[in-house]
Design a protein around this ligand. Structure first.
Ligand code: FES
Length: 381
């Protein structure tokens, strides 16, 4: 019996962790206006664009980029609702299915290239949701269980508590199959309807009617409470978003980067300047004046096809392969703190060296050699 009681508690810590984490993730997004500003390097749009380079779902993501803002709002509110649902144990299986779908989507978009695979959190979250899809919230600290007990009381039926029955007792009461006959029924055919612990669908009519009535009432009461919690969640989300806008009322960021080379260097990756022409040999990226101090330019690295980024830090140019070593999103330049920032999981890199300042990226960005020719152009060497 003690082991059974412990089993009822076993998933409570995981439920609290998932609930708090998803509530925090939803509120954090809603409270940060830059998450919804297309030009911010940490925006949902930047994440979709970054993922569209690397995700196995890149075709779909490319079409979703124009809808980045509403998608961001839906994700934020879904995280909040899922977190509240699983935390209080209300419609827990539905919340868990939502959490699993969201985690799997994030795995397929922003964590797919995490290496080793377990360093990306989304795949771990996906599997953490599965026990709640199978078993629900359990009977402890759970609104689902509270509603079930309350409805049972109102309907005058026994509370739906789980009662452990040793299998040997079940065999004694209901018998063992023995060539189609039941030893507990002295050789008669086995029949679940006469077994007191195996009523199932063959329960007496009166019992089935009572069960249907309890189920209906449970649905109505649960739905009413879920609607109330949903409205409260929406109000909370709206209030947090308003507070975030008031606190973070700075002007929206201007674009700090520009695609170099007109249509992009990717269109002309082999444009080279010959030795002895009075300029420096290399692959032309574009005019240096197109990347003023405090700005960045983006291009395609000819040798790999990866996105590249060149930053002008007070007259000195630094270029990198923009693919984040963590899971393959493309980093952007954040002029407000003069860092290269990964929109997917927040890794930050120094502009001058590419070294990691904040993980989870395991190491720094791959540096590229860029020079400014005497003709005022930037070249990749
Ligand atoms: S891809 Fe995860 S931090 Fe960059």
């Amino acid at each position: 019996m003690r082991a059974w009681t412990l089993a009822e508690w076993a998933l409570v810590p995981l439920r609290i962790f998932l609930g708090v984490t998803f509530i925090f993730a939803g509120l954090q997004k809603l409270a940060n206006p830059n998450f919804f500003r297309a030009l911010s390097p940490i925006s949902i749009q930047a994440q979709l664009i970054a993922s569209s380079h690397t995700s196995p779902m890149r075709l779909l993501l490319t079409h979703l980029i124009p809808f980045a803002k509403p998608i961001g709002v839906v994700i934020s509110l879904a995280e909040l609702a899922i977190g509240v649902g699983v935390l209080v144990g209300l419609w827990t299986r539905i919340a868990a299915v939502g959490g699993a779908v969201l985690s799997l989507s994030l795995f397929l978009t922003v964590s797919f290239h995490a290496s080793p695979y377990f360093t990306g959190a989304d795949i771990v979250f996906f599997f953490a949701w599965l026990p709640f899809i199978v078993a629900g919230a359990g009977s402890w600290l759970s609104l689902d269980a509270w509603i079930a007990r309350r409805v049972a009381k109102q309907e005058g039926v026994a509370a739906p508590e789980l009662v452990p029955v040793p299998f040997a007792t079940v065999q004694t009461l209901c018998g063992k199959y023995n060539k189609g006959t039941c030893t507990a029924r002295h050789g008669l055919a086995c029949d679940a309807a006469v077994c007191p612990v195996l009523l199932g669908n063959r329960a007496p009519i009166a019992t089935r009617v009572a069960i249907d009535s309890v189920d209906r009432r449970t649905l109505v009461v649960g739905g009413t409470i879920a609607a109330g919690v949903g409205v409260a969640t929406l109000l909370l989300g709206g209030a947090v978003a308003d507070a975030g806008r008031m606190i973070n009322h700075a002007a929206p960021p201007k674009s700090a980067s520009k695609q170099l080379g007109g249509g992009g260097v990717s269109d002309s990756p082999t444009t080279t300047v010959p030795t002895g022409a009075g300029t420096t040999p290399g692959i032309l990226l574009g005019a240096a004046k197109d990347v003023p101090s405090g700005y960045a330019g983006t291009f395609t690295v000819p040798s790999t096809g990866d996105p590249g980024i060149v930053v002008n830090a007070q007259g000195t140019f630094y270029a990198y392969d923009a693919v984040c070593p963590h899971a393959g999103c493309a980093v952007s330049y954040a002029p407000s703190n003069n860092l290269l920032v990964c929109p997917c999981h927040g890794s930050e890199f120094q502009v001058a060296t590419g070294a990691v300042i904040v993980g989870p990226s395991p190491h720094g960005l791959a540096k590229l050699k860029v020079i400014e020719g005497s003709n005022g152009n930037l070249y990749l060497q």
